[in-house]
Design a protein around this ligand. Structure first.
Ligand SMILES: Nc1nc2c(ncn2[C@@H]2O[C@H](COP(=O)(O)OP(=O)(O)OP(=O)(O)O)[C@@H](O)[C@H]2O)c(=O)[nH]1
Ligand SMILES: [Mg+2]
Length: 541
């Protein structure tokens, strides 16, 4: 039974006596876990511990509360039901003697994506209360689970909503494109994006970023669509993330965390893994400091005397220790890499680096170039990125061509070192091939972002070839327009269809070898060699 007639009567009688709503939370064993006294028209449910074990499950308690007037469940009641994932919610009304009159109940809607997030049941009078409430709740839960099971493979895991808040007249990056990029990041990270929400707002709400109303709307939809993750297209402070996550009872991630996660997944070399861990720890350290500041504001004693070493401080110290250990290790790895680099340099095989915005098609292009020519050879250099290949041209000319990590707008500062370390070897390149995905409407901004990063890395002096990739994905007119305005140095390719690769390879050979010859005639090779040998020996000692 939802509530026994006796308890129900106590509830309504007391309620009438004090002219306030009274609510009780009842667990699955029938025990009352909380008694709540509200005002005459509403009731505040206390913070409920998370006792659910899986996303599809309900909270394990139902709320029965009195309504002083003959009113069914109102919007606030239904919102509480959904937000708190209550097992069930019931409002009991009373007659003028305080005896229970009607019961209005609702439960969450376990499967219908399009309807309301709740199912409102028809009114019952005291004699109609039946046994079997527990079975009914278990049935709702199993329907929720079944609904989830029926979702197709990839849609089942990590279901997410994207949330973007943008200033009202930001002309630099249209929100739709920014969200589109976030979607791509999610795809890479194995997150299934169910829907996205964009809010235009000049002033962010300091505590929850979004206004309460918008957040509530999003959370209610999240419950309905069985979403368990909110991904924000901006950087959240730790306390914002915590507030949103507490309110929504959903996991909350921001763009930085998403990128960190992708880096962590994709790092394969020892160096890469350490770099990512370092970035993660630095990120964590920043978060701990902010939380710590908030805590000491709450706990700080008179005259600024603090509470001694808090748990957070201990955590922070451990993080710092690990950071410095990682930095040490990375330093020694870097030394070893430098030696290997010098040795390679001595071999005098010119190096060509492929750079470009993430997803521009760099890896595809590298594969296409090295597989499509009989001149290529798969060769892995242990100390290089595993995607370096050797290309052999006629006349015994060869080059090493290497793929790099993709560039991205607004790289989180914690990551930029890790990112730069992977790009460090680009400094040795004799030529850079800048690959652009021209089928992306944002490609010009992406080119700019790449330019900025190259400058940042002091690489803008290295000769460069500009390659417009994915021309196959462009409609005829757009392609013609590009062709008209582009300079002669730009090369148009489709890495997938193999279009333009010959031209590109020829251009690479031409550029590298004309430079190499120019260099040969202007420097005395033996001088350089001697110097190298000396340095190499020094590092060995
Ligand atoms: N239509 C079309 N798609 C392409 C072309 N080249 C690459 N792609 C696709 O673009 C996507 C990204 O290609 P990648 O080669 O992984 O791109 P990338 O630049 O190495 O990306 P990151 O390593 O993530 O920075 C893949 O789905 C490719 O199939 C092309 O010429 N035409
Ligand atoms: Mg790639």
């Amino acid at each position: 039974m939802i509530i026994t007639p006796e308890v129900s009567r106590t509830l309504t009688e007391l309620s009438l006596e004090i002219s306030r709503q009274i609510g009780i939370l009842i667990d699955r064993n029938g025990y009352v876990t909380h008694v709540i006294v509200g005002s005459d028209s509403s009731i505040d449910i206390p913070w409920l511990d998370r006792i659910r074990t899986s996303e599809a499950r309900l909270r394990g308690v139902r709320l029965v509360h009195s309504h002083l007037k003959e009113e069914s469940l109102n919007q606030e009641d239904l919102t509480d039901l959904a937000l708190l994932r209550l097992d069930y919610i019931t409002a009991v009304t009373m007659d003028d003697k305080g005896l229970p009159k009607s019961y209005y109940s609702a439960h969450v809607n376990p499967e219908d994506e399009e309807g309301e997030p709740w199912t409102v049941l028809s009114k019952k009078v005291p004699g109609q209360l039946e046994e079997g409430i527990l079975d009914e709740i278990l049935d709702i839960e199993s329907r929720m689970t079944r609904y989830r099971k029926n979702l197709k493979g990839a849609q089942k895991e990590n279901r997410a909503f994207l949330v973007g808040v943008y200033p009202e007249n930001n002309r630099i990056r249209p929100p739709a494109q920014s969200i589109e990029e976030l979607k791509e990041l999610c795809r890479t990270a194995g997150v299934h994006v169910v829907d996205s929400f964009i809010q235009r707002k000049n002033r962010l709400d300091p505590s929850t970023v979004l206004g309460k109303g918008k957040l509530e709307e999003i959370v209610l939809k999240a419950i309905q669509k069985q979403v368990e993750l909110l991904v924000f297209d901006l950087e959240l402070t730790p306390s914002q993330a915590k507030k949103i996550s507490d309110y929504a009872d959903l996991k909350v991630l921001d763009r930085t965390q998403l990128i960190l996660d992708i880096f962590a997944r994709n790092a394969t070399s020892r160096d890469g893994k350490l770099q990512v861990e370092l970035a993660q720890l630095k990120y964590l350290k920043g978060r701990l400091s902010e939380l710590d500041d908030n805590m000491s504001r709450l706990t700080g004693g008179i005259g600024g005397r603090g509470p001694g070493e808090t748990k957070l401080e201990i955590g922070k110290r451990r993080v710092e220790e690990r950071i410095s250990r990682l930095e040490q290790e990375l330093k020694s790895l870097k030394k070893r890499r430098e030696i290997a680099r010098r040795r390679r340099k001595k071999n005098e095989i010119p190096v060509c680096g492929i750079v470009g915005y993430t997803n521009a098609g760099k890896s595809t292009l590298l594969n296409a170039m090295t597989n499509s020519t009989v001149l290529s050879e798969d060769k892995l250099f242990a100390t290089l990125d595993p995607t370096s290949r050797r290309i052999r041209f006629p006349e015994e000319r060869e080059i090493i061509i290497s793929d790099t990590v993709g560039f991205i707008h607004d790289l989180p500062p914690e990551l930029s070192n890790a990112f730069k370390a992977t790009l460090e070897e680009l400094g040795d390149s004799d030529l850079l091939v800048h690959v652009v995905d021209v089928s992306n409407p944002e490609f010009r901004q992406q080119m700019e972002a790449v330019e900025t990063i190259l400058e940042d890395l002091n690489l803008s002096d290295i000769p460069r070839i500009l390659v417009f990739n994915k021309v196959d994905g462009l409609p005829e007119e757009a392609r013609n327009e590009l062709l008209r305005e582009a300079d002669l140095d730009t090369i148009y390719v489709s890495a997938i269809q193999g279009f333009g690769l010959e031209t590109l390879l020829n251009r690479i050979e031409e550029r590298i070898y004309s430079q190499a010859e120019a260099k040969l005639s202007s420097t005395k090779p033996w001088e350089e060699d001697e110097e190298l040998e000396e340095e190499t020996e020094k590092t060995y000692v």
